[in-house]
Design a protein around this ligand. Structure first.
Ligand code: AMP
Length: 223
């Protein structure tokens, strides 16, 4: 069994970017609840209609629906060798539900990686964030712009870069508030289990942060 990793950090701390890199390095799936919800929205499914109001307002989708979606996803065969969870758990009840679910299936989370960036820097980063409408690659117009201007520079992709609708400044502040109130307590939860690893990421680009993450993975014998 490979590593089962949970990514922690404020919205915009760069945990999604790191999650994708870790998943590639370990050859395990990257599971982002935000991506799953946005895919439902785009496809106009029943779940999409249900979650739209929450995403638009930057509030959390109810735990029950979120946990059901994750429980289903973790049963897919590609999760047998580990996975990187990104954006879940996001509340203590979700973290507890995850622990219980994995216990029932004879497993547990091996490492919680906390990407730590101060609030002031978060607002600055998120207003400059763009993602590719085709492949989802994430850019920052200030710190890591696309080589192709407002189009994606991933090999074979030329998608238009767009701003997420919830990356408007008001919504960012609401998401940060929700993060401190609801999500931050999870850091203590995993610390108590002895599996928390915090990566200081202020004023550090994706490559610099990944170097530190790689050291963690190596110390866990995974990379
Ligand atoms: P993200 O892409 O992780 O920033 O998620 C975007 C939005 O999806 C969040 O602002 C929430 O509305 C919703 N969302 C994502 N993950 C969760 C979760 N674990 N629990 C509740 N809502 C979530």
């Amino acid at each position: 069994m490979g590593l089962r990793i949970v990514m922690l950090g404020a919205p915009g701390a760069g945990k999604g970017t790191q999650a994708v890199r870790i998943a590639q390095r370990l050859q395990v799936p990257h599971i982002s609840t935000g991506d799953i919800f946005r895919a439902h929205l785009k496809e106009g499914t029943e779940i999409g209609r249900e979650v739209q109001q929450y995403l638009d307002a930057g509030r959390l989708v109810p735990d029950e629906l979120t946990c059901t979606i994750v429980a289903d996803r973790l049963q897919d065969p590609d999760c047998r060798n580990g996975y990187v969870l990104d954006g879940f758990p996001r509340s203590l009840p979700q973290a507890e539900a995850l622990t219980k679910l994995l216990e029932e299936r004879g497993g547990r989370i091996d490492m919680a990686i906390n990407i730590n960036v101060p609030d002031e820097e978060i607002v600055e980063r998120l207003t400059a964030r763009r993602s590719c409408s085709e492949c989802g690659k994430i850019f920052n117009m200030k710190f890591s712009p696309s080589a192709n201007g407002d189009r994606c520079d991933a090999p074979g992709c030329h998608g238009m870069l767009e701003r997420r609708t919830d990356d408007a400044e008001d919504t960012i502040r609401e998401r940060l508030r929700v993060y401190h109130e609801t999500t931050e307590p999870i850091i203590g939860y995993y610390d108590n289990q002895g599996i928390l690893r915090t990566v200081p990421a202020a004023q550090t680009g994706p490559d610099g942060v990944f170097k530190k993450v790689e050291e963690l993975l190596e110390s866990a014998g995974a990379a």
